[in-house]
Design a protein around this ligand. Structure first.
Ligand code: CUA
Length: 318
């Protein structure tokens, strides 16, 4: 395994619901710990009572004395009242407090909106009010309530960034929203969490939370048209790739695959499948179906020289 692939795998491995980095995820992880500890105590209690009943199966009295009245009290107290109180409190807390606080944010309570569209198999990301379009790497400012509006271009996907909030399904004909509010700068790997076809497992979404000033610079760079070179790769791209991919600032306007205006600034290719370096880009252009079987990128009849020209053209798209 190359260093680059290891890096991609390490990114994907950093998804931990118990490492919360947003107010919503803090509530979810506290709920998780309370549920786990409560269920463990309940299980231990029931197991102890069962074991004691089994060990004392030939006796009629309770281990701690008391007659029939004590036994009835035990049944009512431990068998009926305790579960009602415990389960009702958990229901009220989880349903009314935790779930509501992680539910779809109202647009008035958030300071910015990002549109995320699920595709087989990549994420299209748009920043409303700007012309910026990117793929698979969702940049957000830290300590900012970001309203993520999710839709799909094809089948049902599910958007999940475990360290930041719950999942939302991306359903044809519907929009669902989730709040992302990272409490510190960092990289938070996300995932498609709903089986969506052959390459469901290769649909990594990387959330990059940056200090506000840094985010603004990034967004300004993304809004700018491509600084595309005019070498042999440019003409070849227009002939071979432009019907599927867009590069803003050039005649390429395709809407099938990811926007490639600033593709060289991203860390991975094919939604986290391979690192974004020249060797992997060459491999991807030469035989995309080998790298990610089933994906919509056709295998083009390109010579080695043509692949090299495309690699050098695409690597210039910072
Ligand atoms: Cu998209 Cu699973």
């Amino acid at each position: 395994m190359s260093g680059g692939v290891l890096r991609v795998v390490a990114l994907a491995g950093g998804q931990n619901v118990l490492h919360p980095h947003s107010p919503a995820e803090h509530r979810i992880s506290v709920l998780w710990w309370v549920m786990l500890i409560g269920a463990s105590i309940g299980f231990a209690l029931v197991a102890t009572l069962l074991l004691s009943g089994w060990l004392r199966r030939n006796r009629t009295s309770l281990p701690f004395g008391g007659g029939e009245r004590a036994a009835t009290g035990l049944i009512i107290g431990l068998g009926i009242a305790t579960p009602i109180v415990v389960l009702s409190s958990l229901f009220v807390w989880s349903d009314i407090f935790v779930i509501r606080s992680t539910a779809a944010p109202s647009p008035s309570s958030t300071s910015m909106t990002v549109d995320v569209v699920g595709h087989q198999w990549f994420w299209e990301i748009r920043y409303p009010g700007t012309v910026a379009v990117t793929a698979n790497e969702l940049h957000i400012p830290t300590n900012t309530r970001v309203d993520v509006v999710g839709t799909t271009a094809d089948v049902i996907h599910s958007l999940w960034v475990p360290e930041l909030n719950r999942k939302i399904d991306l359903i044809p004909g519907r929009t669902n929203r989730v709040l992302l509010d990272a409490d510190r700068a960092g990289t938070y790997p996300g995932e498609c969490a709903e089986f969506c076809g052959l390459q469901h497992a290769h649909m990594l979404l990387i959330v990059i939370a940056q200090p506000r000033a840094q985010f603004k610079t990034w967004l300004r760079d993304m809004e700018a048209p491509a600084q595309a070179s005019t070498g042999p790769g440019a003409g070849l791209f227009e002939r071979a790739c432009a019907s599927c991919h867009q590069i803003r600032g050039t005649p390429a306007r395709g809407q099938v695959g990811p926007d490639l205006t600033h593709v060289a600034s991203r860390t991975t290719l094919a939604a986290g499948t391979i690192p974004n370096d020249s060797a992997h880009l060459r491999e991807w252009l030469t035989d995309p179906q080998h790298v990610k079987p089933g994906n919509k990128m056709p295998q083009l009849p390109l010579s080695e020289a043509e692949v090299a020209a495309l690699v050098s053209y695409l690597e210039g798209l910072k």
